[in-house]
Design a binder for this molecule. Sequence first.
Ligand code: NAI
Length: 345
Amino acid sequence: MEADLFDLCEASGTHETHFRVDPETGMRAIIAIHSTTLGPALGGCRFRAYPDTTHAVQDALRLARGMSYKAAMSGLPLGGGKAVMLYPEQTFDRARLFTAFGRFVESLGGRYITAVDSGSSVADMDVIGAVTPHVSCTSQGGHGDPSSHTAYGVLRAMASAAAYRFGDPDLAGRHVAIQGVGNVGYHLAGLLHQQGAQLTVADTDNERVARCVREFSADAVSSKDILSVDCDILAPCAMGAVLDASTVDTIRAKVIGGGANNQLAEPEMGRILQRRGVLYIPDYVANAGGIIQIMGAYRGESPTDTRRRLSAIYETVSSVIEYAERHHLAMSDAADQMAAAKIGE
Ligand code: NAI
């Protein structure tokens, strides 16, 4: 039986979901606003094909909730939202499509601010910017690609976890395995190399692996083997749901912290990791650097203030560790409870 869209919205806690169809350009988009308690809902515009509308709605709802939690845990004056635009089956004019999407964003009067996400680009944000001010990541004002900031935030999260797990925040000599050395993973590898960490990397793109071997003296393993590398820290920086029933029991890292969104296939995976003694840094805490930078640029914050917020990811991770210990919770459940309390859920 088809999932009821209202039930999906209610179950996710997202009480406001907008649909827009523009037959002239072929645009079909959904904007899910999970929370505006702390400020306007900021979240990227994902542009891809979905098997059906239910999958598209589910993706928007799941991602919008993640954005609320990410902003809340980083102390940002933002709510959480997400847009998904369905990749048209017919040939289309990209600029007209994103212009139509921009008008959709504008119609929400600033309750939702859009940004880059997989499938959309800085150039697309510039097109949107011609019809609405409620857009970030444009080429104006140095917003651009936030990946290097995301990587720096992950580094801070790792240092905090290392202080707790190994008694020393210094990452020199630590062995870190990185799954996916694209934008975030590559920057992270560079930062870790600078700090004297030993790296093992994997990517489905051989050239990206070769770049890390060449520039950072990284060891390379296959994409299949990277999750079970015997290392100090595992950094998933490729795609979501990598920690599932078939992989959690094979993890040999003592800490997991990376840039990828939605790393846990199900909430139970976080509890299994906890029982196995693996310190899992909740993804939306570790990878908040991107949204911190985007918000800073959007609001015209000084680079020093943005850097301070990025650096504070260290303290946020420490606070989650402390909460988890005090309440005997898995790290993932602890962060969810803390974030939900912050947005009054
Ligand atoms: P990207 O597309 O530049 O990099 C992902 C890399 O993973 C690519 O090099 C790809 O070839 C590789 N990959 C794909 N499947 C793989 C597999 N099975 N095994 C090994 N490698 C594989 O994406 P980006 O921007 O670096 O983002 C990475 C993750 O971080 C995504 O999940 C994204 O949603 C998330 N994220 C990114 C932020 C950013 O600032 N770019 C901010 C917050 C989250």
